[in-house]
Design a binder for this molecule. Structure first.
Ligand code: G1P
Length: 288
């Protein structure tokens, strides 16, 4: 069955980004001139997703406002004849259907995904986490959907990360079945150094079968006392086949200040209007 639904968890408190995320949801912090969440929604839309459920928490109303129509702004742009900007502003609210649900308490990523159970029903669906923005001409979610169509099983997006960073992510245990594809044996959430199975980190893109909801319901709180998606996936791998897929693309870790700065610089360097002046500025500044 075609994958048309996606879930984007955005209910986290953003404690790694305080004080910036105190009143502004961290998903609304910008890379150049767009909120990070818009990059994620655009990736989903470019991958053929038609309906997105965003899991929000308290104080996230600006997310709903951003993806809604904005008649005052549209009217002002129209009056001034700024038609390109008008089209861009309208596109944000029309590119895909967006639905919202609140996660009543921040009980973890696994619990947030479980809030999507009724919306998803019996279909396989995509999951996109906002902390990972992935730049790739072939959208990451499209790559995963193609892997899903080939294997007809849940697909976990993975990439190699530096050894010292493996403790920050879910970690994969599994054997390669072809170049860049692994049969998942087990997963461990943020392993201690002695628990690391491989150099492959679970990153924020998955295609999941609805079987995940039952394992999520049965998953007890794990790392940090939260219901972890990684633990539920590891349990699901004992019941049905799951594959990990090494996707292509430049990933930015927006969970860290360094990753955030790298994303801003690199996206600006890709922007025709900003490229030359920014390069010039960086050249000058770096000679200090
Ligand atoms: C979450 C997941 C983790 C995954 C990471 C990817 O962790 O729990 O398995 O590796 O996203 O970004 P978080 O960064 O939300 O703590």
């Amino acid at each position: 069955m075609k994958i048309t639904k996606a879930v984007i968890p955005a209910a986290g408190l953003g404690t790694r980004f305080l004080p910036a995320s105190k009143a502004v949801p961290k998903e609304m912090l910008t890379i150049v001139d767009k909120p990070t969440l818009q990059y994620i929604v655009e990736e989903a839309a470019a991958s053929g997703i038609e309906d997105i459920l965003i899991i929000i928490g308290r104080n996230k109303e600006t997310i709903e406002n951003h993806f809604d129509r904005s008649p005052e702004v549209e009217w002002a742009l129209e009056k001034k004849g700024h038609l390109e900007e008008l089209e861009e502003i309208r596109r944000i609210s029309t590119m895909v259907n967006i639905h919202y649900i609140r996660q009543p308490e921040p009980l973890g990523l696994g619990h947030a995904i479980l809030c999507a159970k009724t919306f998803i029903g019996q279909e396989a669906f995509a999951v996109l986490l906002g902390d990972d923005v992935i730049y790739s001409p072939d959208p990451c979610t499209s790559q995963l959907i193609r892997a899903y169509e080939k294997y007809n099983s849940s697909i976990i997006g993975v990439q190699r990360v530096a050894k010292e960073d493996l403790v920050k992510y879910g970690n994969l245990k599994g054997d390669a079945v072809e170049d860049g594809v692994y049969r998942v044996e087990a997963l461990v959430e943020k392993p201690q150094p002695q628990e690391i199975y491989s150099e492959l980190a679970v990153l924020g893109r998955h295609i999941l079968t609805p079987g995940i909801f039952k394992t999520l319901e049965e998953t007890s709180p794990g790392r940090d006392g939260e219901i972890q998606l990684t633990d539920a996936l590891s349990a699901l791998a004992q019941i049905e086949e799951i594959y990990a897929f090494e996707f292509q693309g430049r990933r930015y870790d927006l969970g860290s200040k360094q990753g955030f700065l790298e994303a801003n610089i690199e996206y600006a360097l890709r922007d025709e209007e900003l490229r030359e002046s920014l390069r010039e500025y960086l050249r000058k500044t770096l000679t200090y």
